[in-house]
Design a protein around this ligand. Sequence first.
Ligand code: CUO
Length: 671
Amino acid sequence: RPKEPVFVPKGNERKAFVVPAEYLTDKYKPVGTQVASRFGSEASEQIAVNKISIPDLGEILDLTRDENFTLFIPKHQRIAGRLINIFLGVRNVEDLIAVAVYARDRVNPYLFNYCLSVAILHRADTQDLDVPSIIHSFPDKYVDSKVFGQALEDATVVPENDRTPIEIPKDFTASDLEEEHRLAYFREDIGLNLHHWHWHLVYPSNAELSVVNKNRRGELFYYMHQQIMARYNFERLCNKMKRVERLIDWDEPIKEAYFPKLDSLVASRGWPARVENQRIRNLRRETDGLKLDLDDLKRWRDRIFAAINSKSVTDSTGKTIELNENEGIDILGNMVEASILSPNGEFYGNLHNMGHVFLSFIHDPDHRHLESFGVIGDSATAMRDPIFYRWHSYIDDLFQKFKSALPKYTVNQLNYPGVTVEGIEVGVQGGKTNNLQTFWQQSDVDLSRGMDFQPRGAVFVRFTHLQHRSFTYKIDVQSDLAREGTCRIFLAPKFDERNDEWLFTDQKHMFIELDKFKVNLKEGKNTIMRNSSDSSVTIPFERTYRDVDTSRPEGGDALARFNFCGCGWPDNLLIPKGTPEGLPCQLFVMISNIADDKIDQEVTGECNDSYSYCGLKDKLYPDRRSMGYPFDRLPRDGVDTLQQFLTPNMRVQDVTLTFENKTFKPKEVIS
Ligand code: CUO
């Protein structure tokens, strides 16, 4: 039987809750004491749970304990919003524990985990509380289902100290006959999917207004997903494939198939697969509250395009709101996603979320086979499926249409008079200058918390992921005065899929952000040194997986503020794979004018290191420019190439990206 999430206090000591009898479900009332003593015997401490007035869970219980849960289905969003509000509404931590204990044995486990995580993240009195990573609570969403049978066997038969990690093959979802499988290492990367789950956990689209209404969240929805597309297209070029085709014709059969090979331990079912050439059909799924035609989706699309063309939207009171160059993209992001911040949800609908839902029920749109949604229907698993990228390519194109209609950046808006970038060099650990290097690396992760077995003990799985040699940027900058600036670093392939030089209007969509940080320039020559591991885009491996040794002081530190800190591009995917012969790339560095960048706020504290895609906890987004600057708009007239786009405060360095087809063992030192 799957073990549901257990929230373990800091330090991993086991504590048992002593629960008021009326909290037990009818099923457990007769055996309550035996159950309690079974689990209580392992506890070092017993905690009495407050007696509170029992909340009415109402509609929340409509989602039964053995169903799957997703943030993309409006009904699920609504009940999640209700449960989050219950968790947010209680007076103090003791009452939160009480209401959580009461709810836990009644509510769907995925729903429970999500809502309690959101509440812990947003309550003032739970800011130092840890929640185990979802990879530990629900490993079934991240690894090959075959592993669980083996893990159970190991756990039962092999003493803990003699267990060896169970190896997950790198290729388990398809063979090389399937061209799209070349990208499986990216789509199925555990850290990547954890990042995406965390992003949507930090930026829920439906909950109390104070939780949803974060600074520039609609714009960040656009930008984070735009960067996913840029990075995916970059990886495709590395694998000799052309950029993703937008899913623009929704009536055509979808050529991509996907067989996830994941089993839900909670729902005790396999995640449905999608065979090739399936067509989207109208949805009639009463239990999910879904009665929607493809025509509804098309109507929303047409209204959104009309809004983009007129650069204005009509809000729910009939008032016209202009989509201007400052807040326009933020409004559009919320409207397209859609979040509850949409200016008119009734009229502009729920395009992006429902796209996920239509695709996720393609195999059973009227529920005749009693099947649940496919992986594209859950933010924890969606990025595994090739169709995710075709859908998000469509969504991104829509945002780009809006961006292209905005005023072009003038030289004044790009240049920083008096500042010149004179040289860029990338020093690679154990490698050649300006030659970034990637390879395969194995890592181990303990899944035992997400499974129920006796005796307990760690069960590790070993998986293989992309990795790169760490590197250092050395940037020479000349400044005529002592001043501050923002250093912005991006990378793009040098040639397109035909091996031709890019037009700037195409290449600008290929730039992936690598880093962004403030620099203090002195008058004269400056040399800026910066390590790849300090990137404002990524979080380190340990934070992605939360496999830290809590007995060490730095381990305890790393556990702090997990929820928000769990958001961040995985460090192992900072650099795309490259090619064995070396993919020519262009590294772009810009020092922008601080006067137009700066946000005045204190940014010290935890988790201030992966803000590019995730923002800062409880703070303003720490860069006043439009997200994606300077590549987010069409270039000024007469600019056709990257070279022509450059102002003196920008520079481009050719680098190569070389992949070595070699697999390093976990923690093997790379020289
Ligand atoms: Cu993150 Cu479509 O929004 O998955």
